[in-house]
Design a protein around this ligand. Structure first.
Ligand SMILES: Cc1cc2nc3c(=O)[nH]c(=O)nc-3n(C[C@H](O)[C@H](O)[C@H](O)COP(=O)(O)OP(=O)(O)OC[C@H]3O[C@@H](n4cnc5c(N)ncnc54)[C@H](O)[C@@H]3O)c2cc1C
Length: 561
């Protein structure tokens, strides 16, 4: 029999948040909820939701009491109790991902029960309840993350690229996890040694107390946690959005909120490049800035709220465009059929041609500067390679925790590539220096980056420095290889759209319509390209979001024809 390990303050939210985390609904609100579901009686100790249940129901307590617990090794940790007027659930009830806590009654209770579909219908039609429920679900998820109350344990080392990747994957998916740091926990290291688990097998991930995976891929983790289980991948969707960065998420929000059946494919995690930004300060409406993770996390919740379905850790591998309907093959998955496609696959940082670069990726060489990478470089000297806005942001952000920040640029200055507000901040910051006409020429270290060499291109002088943190931010290449020659691209591989498409492009693609392509439409009807992947896009969050929303209006027009 299981025992309940009662924490004194199970979820210990700050008091001001308590009424938002566990609000008590009014009798009028209860009536509106009941209209979407049904009232039912329960018995003492009845389990209403079990850990791992998929697309589980939502409950509101009318009389009696419910408790949410997290079972582990035959014991249970009490998370919270719901009293009359309060309701169950957190983010998973919306996303349809498997439950991570057990919900049961502590005494005979009367409840209102809504299926996930009934709950989605409620929050799409009742603005007041939508605000209360969404806020509570998101805050509850944040509390679970803060208290590491998840169903997955990551045993890793911050010097392993795999550990960083897995932690980032779980963090950016908003999934709570418990982390055991091998660099600090000698017992854990000894245990791994006994099982002959070598450095290449790290991190070891224990998923739902059942499977033990050695250095798993993101797809394996997503499969184990059932991230994509609820999604029917075999239907024909109105709209497939490929890529869940700001552009793809905007398309998903506008498409789903306007009644389209939207499926989003994301090869990694929702958020895209913006999700790796420490602070976005030029996005309208956020005068003090917002972290990329917060901004895109909210957009992701918003897309789910309107009913968009998002497949994560499974990217599009190939597009077929010869038939009447377009199909997109997904990584280890079925072929997706769609009436319209929005391509929002963005771009990726260029990887400089340096010997043994891949050896140090995630172990001293990083492509994003989030708090996770910053924590690895506290008190250290760091190098940022690149002169664009993302390099400038990273420099300002890292200068608050690093000992010294060197920005290396090939050109003669930053003025042509970086916004003035960032240049000013860099000039005023004594912890940052800019080395112009300088580039990295060698990386060295044993298991992790320990030394680098840079060369002054004017003098030809090469200097060696004991630096173990390098951030590569050297421009981007578009993610278009998977398009399989279906669409006209510009000389740099970005997708051409609307007025940029010449007569040759349309003739090659056998454009079949009397009209020309719409503004964001590609050389194939009803296939649109938005955001950084599009030729001529200005590479900003705002433009990605704007294009994602405009494309949806054009999808409606294209589908009507
Ligand atoms: C560190 C950093 C800081 C930045 N700061 C700012 C800023 O302050 N202000 C600003 O305006 N802009 C900023 N930018 C730029 C901004 O983030 C981008 O312009 C914006 O993210 C582009 O959005 P997107 O959706 O077009 O593409 P992306 O953000 O690149 O998203 C594309 C998504 O598609 C996915 N994908 C790729 N290939 C496939 C495939 N085959 N199948 C499925 N999915 C796929 C990727 O995994 C990714 O999630 C910054 C960028 C970086 C890297």
């Amino acid at each position: 029999m299981s025992t309940v390990d009662r924490l004194q303050t199970p979820l210990a939210p700050i008091v001001s948040r308590l009424d938002r985390l566990f609000p008590t609904l009014t009798s009028r609100q209860l009536v509106r909820i009941e209209a979407h579901g049904r009232r039912r009686s329960t018995t003492r100790g009845e389990v209403l939701v079990e850990v791992g249940d998929k697309a589980f129901p939502f409950f509101v307590v009318l009389t009696g009491e419910l408790e949410a617990v997290r079972p582990s090794d035959g014991t249970e940790t009490l998370i919270v109790r719901c009293q009359p007027g309060q309701f169950s659930g957190e983010s998973n009830v919306i996303s349809g991902r498997p439950a991570i806590t057990r919900l049961r009654t502590t005494e005979p209770a009367e409840v209102i029960q809504l299926s996930r579909e009934e709950l989605l219908a409620l929050i799409q039609t009742d603005a007041e309840l939508s605000e209360i429920l969404m806020r509570a679900f998101i805050l509850r998820r944040l509390e679970l993350i803060a208290h590491h109350l998840g169903d997955i344990v990551v045993v890793g080392s911050m010097h392993s690229a795999g550990t960083l990747r897995v932690k980032e994957f779980l963090t950016r998916n908003g999934h709570p996890f418990h982390y055991v740091d091998l660099d600090r926990d000698r017992d854990a290291q000894e245990l791994l040694d006994r099982f002959e688990i070598g450095a290449g097998d790290v991190p070891v991930v224990i998923c739902r107390g059942q499977s033990v995976m050695r250095n798993p891929t993101n797809t394996q983790i997503a499969d184990c946690l059932g991230f994509n289980q609820q999604i029917d991948q075999n239907r024909v969707c109105d709209l497939v959005v490929v890529g869940a960065g700001p552009a793809g998420l905007a398309a998903a929000v506008y498409g789903a909120s306007e009644g389209l059946d939207v499926l989003v494919l994301e090869s990694s995690v929702p958020g895209g490049q913006a999700g790796s930004s420490s602070r976005i300060e030029n996005y309208l409406g956020f005068p003090t800035g917002i972290s990329g993770l917060d901004l895109t996390g909210r957009a992701y919740s918003q897309a789910l709220k309107f009913g968009a379905q998002v497949i994560v850790a499974k990217g599009a591998t190939r597009m077929a465009c010869d038939g009447q309907r377009y199909t997109v093959d997904i990584d280890q998955g079925p072929r997706i059929r769609a009436r319209a496609v929005i391509i929002a696959t963005g771009a990726e940082y260029r990887r400089p041609a340096l010997d043994n670069l891949s050896t140090f990726e995630g172990a001293g060489v990083y492509y994003g500067a989030t708090p996770m990478e910053a924590a690895l470089c506290v008190g250290e000297e760091v190098v940022i390679v690149g002169g664009g806005n993302s390099a400038g942001q990273a420099a300002v952000f890292l200068s608050s925790t690093a000992r010294r920040v060197h920005i290396l640029v090939r050109g003669s200055g930053l003025a042509d590539t970086m916004s003035r507000y960032l240049i000013r901040r860099i000039d005023e910051n004594s912890a940052i220096d800019v080395r112009t006409r300088t580039q990295i020429v060698a990386l060295d270290g044993n298991g992790k980056l320990e030394r680098i060499q840079w060369r002054d291109d004017q003098t030809g002088e090469v200097e060696s420095h004991d630096i173990g943190c390098v951030f590569m931010m050297t421009g981007a290449v578009p993610n278009t290889a998977w398009l399989n020659g279906c669409l006209a691209l510009d000389d740099n591989g970005f997708v051409k759209t609307g007025p940029d498409l010449g007569a040759d492009d349309l003739a090659t693609a056998k454009w079949p319509l009397a009209r020309r392509p719409y503004l964001l439409e590609t050389s194939r009807p009803a296939i649109f390209a938005v955001g950084d992947v599009r030729s001529g896009n200005v590479k900003r969050v705002a433009s990605a979001v704007g294009e994602g929303s405009i494309a949806v209006a054009l999808v409606h027009q294209a589908l009507r024809q």
